[in-house]
Design a protein around this ligand. Structure first.
Ligand SMILES: Cc1cc2nc3c(=O)[nH]c(=O)nc-3n(C[C@H](O)[C@H](O)[C@H](O)COP(=O)(O)OP(=O)(O)OC[C@H]3O[C@@H](n4cnc5c(N)ncnc54)[C@H](O)[C@@H]3O)c2cc1C
Length: 409
């Protein structure tokens, strides 16, 4: 194996997870990032500042999303079992007032997926006085993002992976990463893909409200739950008539209320695209539009469906972030060997970057092994003697147990 470095452009969840997995597989990696993953937190161009974050393949299109989702879920399962910080599992409801035109492709992949009859007397979180046309529940993993992100960064630091804060000029990439020093470049560059494709990216704008001391929502069986609920379009939709979902995800000491998935582009920093509309009157919160709508609709749902209450004095912050889509609005994972330095492109994660991160990183390790040949055990990081290198596929249980141990030190 070559002792040359692998350059990873991007220190979002894709870049960091990939760097960790490649490092544990014995490669020498170096990460370059325009934004600082700690200091530039809350920069709307840095998607990894915003995930809510459910492990659900929402707002993503890719022929390999099933493979990536199932593999990622194995990693999250093992990280959960080994008590890696910030991972929880709970019942999640997805509820629709309007009839669904198509079944989401991911339905059969969800752990514990169960349809709920809408005509029976079953518990289904929704807005009062509105019909329910379809509902299901599953038992999915959730990431308490501030805790998980901190642990991912601390793992990265403990593994002594160099991080260079620098904007990479993609047109000069061959001279930035000379083949004397580098064997591969991985472009996990999120919004930076705009410079590669040279035209405005397709985005899904998202609004979130964070409230402090959020209540724990429990169903009548006493189980902790969260939801995505799509009200009738007469209640909540975009200007172009697209139905929008609201959601609530618990965090330790707070709660995230969403949401929106509004399509458009940013041109010279100006939003060119759809907007939001609702016919509810908002009296309680003094939030700006559309945060007021998101807060109020979730409040009504929570108070109608559970014994819990929330009020405007708990509002901690309002956040705006962008979910970046790849070419043809789908995920881009491709190997380019037609240049001096081979490239792996990995961006366009939409609303599922956290969800797919481990599956994608695993796939990148496999492609790297094919391109460069597997590293020998001697070149493995000194901290990871327990990591097995007898397989081209990284074992989730081995990685999870190792990472959990690193984080407990
Ligand atoms: C409101 C909202 C809610 C979400 N909820 C969820 C959820 O519940 N579950 C889920 O799975 N996902 C969710 N997501 C999506 C998730 O946040 C993204 O898919 C994910 O963060 C994308 O990560 P990334 O690393 O690919 O890109 P990013 O986090 O955007 O990182 C890109 C990196 O590339 C760097 N970069 C770009 N250009 C250059 C350059 N020229 N030179 C050097 N570095 C460069 C940046 O500095 C950055 O480090 C949500 C997103 C939003 C906005």
């Amino acid at each position: 194996m070559s002792l040359k470095k692998i350059a990873i452009v991007g220190a979002g969840v894709t870049g960091l997870t990939t760097a960790i997995l490649l490092r544990l597989s014995g490669y020498k990696v170096e990460v370059f990032s325009r934004e600082h993953p700690v200091i530039d937190y809350k920069n709307p161009f840095f998607a990894s500042s915003f995930p809510a974050a459910s492990i659900l393949p929402h707002s993503i299109k890719s022929p390999i999303s099933k493979k990536l989702f199932l593999r990622s879920t194995q990693f999250y399962h093992q990280l959960f079992e080994h008590n890696f910080p910030g991972i929880q599992r709970q019942i999640h409801y997805e509820v629709f007032s309007e009839a669904l035109k198509n079944n989401p492709t991911y339905l059969p992949w969800l752990p514990g997926y169960t349809e709920i009859p809408v005509t029976g007397r079953y518990f289904i979180p929704h807005l009062p006085n509105n019909p329910i046309s379809r509902a299901w529940k599953s038992s999915i993993f959730f990431v308490d993002w501030p805790i998980y992100w901190k642990s991912l960064l601390s793992t990265f630091t403990t593994l002594e992976i160099p991080l260079v804060i620098e904007s990479i000029d993609f047109s000069q990439i061959d001279s930035q990463f000379p083949t004397n020093d580098y064997s591969l470049a991985i472009l996990a560059c999120g919004s930076g893909f705009e410079e590669i494709q040279n035209k405005p990216l397709s985005l899904l704008k998202g609004h979130l409200v964070e409230i402090s001391k959020g209540p724990t929502l429990r169903n009548p069986e006493g189980e902790l739950f969260s939801y995505n609920y799509t009200p009738p379009t007469k209640v909540y939709r975009t200007l172009n008539g697209k139905a929008q979902d609201i959601y609530s995800y618990p965090r330790s000491g707070s709660m995230i209320l969403g949401g929106s998935r509004i399509t458009g582009h940013l041109i010279d920093g100006e939003w060119i695209g759809d907007g939001l509309l609702t016919n509810y009157n908002f009296i309680e919160s003094k939030l700006e539009w559309p945060y007021a709508a998101i807060f109020e609709l979730n409040k009504i749902l929570i108070e109608h469906s559970t014994n819990a209450t929330i009020d405007a004095s708990q509002i901690k912050s309002q956040l705006l972030g962008y979910r970046y889509l790849g070419p043809n609005s789908s995920l881009c994972l491709k190997v380019d060997i037609g240049r001096n330095l081979p490239h792996i492109h990995a961006y366009g994660l939409g609303g599922a970057g956290v969800t797919l991160s481990w599956g994608l990183a695993n796939e990148i390790v496999t492609k790297t092994n094919e391109l460069l040949g597997k590293p020998s055990i001697n070149s493995t990081h000194t901290l990871s003697p327990s990591i097995q290198h007898d397989s081209s596929i990284v074992k989730p249980e081995t990685i999870a147990s190792y990472l959990a141990k690193l984080n407990s030190v």
